[in-house]
Design a protein around this ligand. Structure first.
Ligand code: SF4
Length: 323
């Protein structure tokens, strides 16, 4: 039986952080065992906000590719490629733009929010979810791994597929969001880890820099002195202990009684975090030392993805009498 297809992607914003690793990449690595995976680096999407920083793009793409591979994505099992290397994404996006009413795009929840927050008003920004639909449907994907907040984007993709199919005959399956177990990763200030908050620890951070960041990390604000009782349930350091320290439960009671101080607690986290990340960092260093290997993988991935995209476009053109 043919394997089901998954499309996933991230924007090339530079080095990925632990939030990206725990929240998405680890899931992708698990999924590559059972699905045909297409893992895209969506550089055209990054242009919606960074259209004036294109000189940064080559290195950012390289760093994301290195992070994909060091997290464990296997180019033998999944196609890793750059979106702009497959021009069919753009062609499909253009054709979709002829059949999708503008209000469908304006009502995507993140549109108004981000337009105000980031001051974006370009045509490309409005069409972002439609390009995303093209990214997914060009591979006729069955599933897309997403967080809950991205479900409206998948719903739009499903609507696009339905509209196309009703106009021209069935070409596209309606993909489903694959909600995966996302570990909530707090940043060093206790908010969600994010590059825009500058509270992140990158996957390739050195052990020393990781230590320095954890030492400055927010804890329970009521635990001001070593012997004050703490509340692990609201402490971001403890949230990371749960992920990286196998003995995290042993820290709970001593924190609540004041027996354990934050400095000592953080030292344990630094040790276990650096231990867990050591293999990822070793793979990262190896790949950074051999950039040609990374570029070869991206070219191979693009070749596989292109074959699939070309087939889909042949079906699309035939259905639309454009063949
Ligand atoms: S001892 Fe650890 S868990 Fe408790 S408040 Fe301090 S850092 Fe957080």
């Amino acid at each position: 039986m043919a394997q089901k297809i998954i499309l996933s992607g991230m924007q090339p914003t530079g080095r990925l952080h632990l939030g990206n690793y725990e929240g998405a990449l680890k899931n992708w690595v698990a999924l590559q065992q059972d699905y045909e995976m297409f893992c895209c680096i969506v550089d055209w999407h990054a242009l919606t906000a960074d259209y004036d920083k294109t000189e940064l793009m080559p290195d950012r793409i390289f760093q994301v590719a290195v992070d994909y591979l060091s997290a464990g994505l296997d180019p033998e099992r999944c196609s890793i490629f750059v979106q702009s290397h497959i021009k069919e994404h753009a062609e499909l996006h253009l054709l979709f733009s002829m059949i999708i009413p503008i209000p469908w795009l304006e009502r995507v929840p993140s549109y108004k929010e981000k337009a105000t927050e980031l001051g974006l008003d370009s045509y490309g920004f409005l069409g972002y979810p439609l390009l995303q639909a093209a990214d997914i449907l060009i591979y006729r994907a069955d599933f897309v791994p997403v967080g809950k907040d991205q479900l409206p984007h998948i719903e739009l993709t499903r609507e696009v597929a339905r509209r196309f199919n009703s106009l021209y005959g069935k070409v596209f399956p309606e993909p489903q969001g694959k909600l995966t177990k996302f570990a909530a990763i707090p940043g060093t200030d206790g908010r969600k880890m994010s590059k825009s908050y500058n509270n992140h620890i990158t996957m390739g951070e050195s052990p020393e820099d990781t230590g320095a960041k954890i030492k400055k990390m927010f804890t329970d604000p009521q635990k001001l002195r070593r012997n004050d009782p703490g509340r692990p349930d609201i402490c971001p350091v403890y949230a990371l202990q749960k992920i990286y320290n196998a003995d995290y439960e042993e820290l709970y009671a001593p924190c609540t009684t004041g027996e354990l101080g934050c400095v000592q607690c953080k030292s344990k986290l630094i040790e276990s975090l650096n231990d867990k990340l050591a293999p990822v960092r070793a793979r990262r260093a190896e790949l950074e030392a051999h950039p040609d290997t990374v570029y070869d993988i991206l070219h191979q991935g693009a070749d596989t993805a292109r074959k699939r995209a070309v087939k889909t476009m042949a079906l699309v053109r035939q259905a639309m009498h454009l063949a």
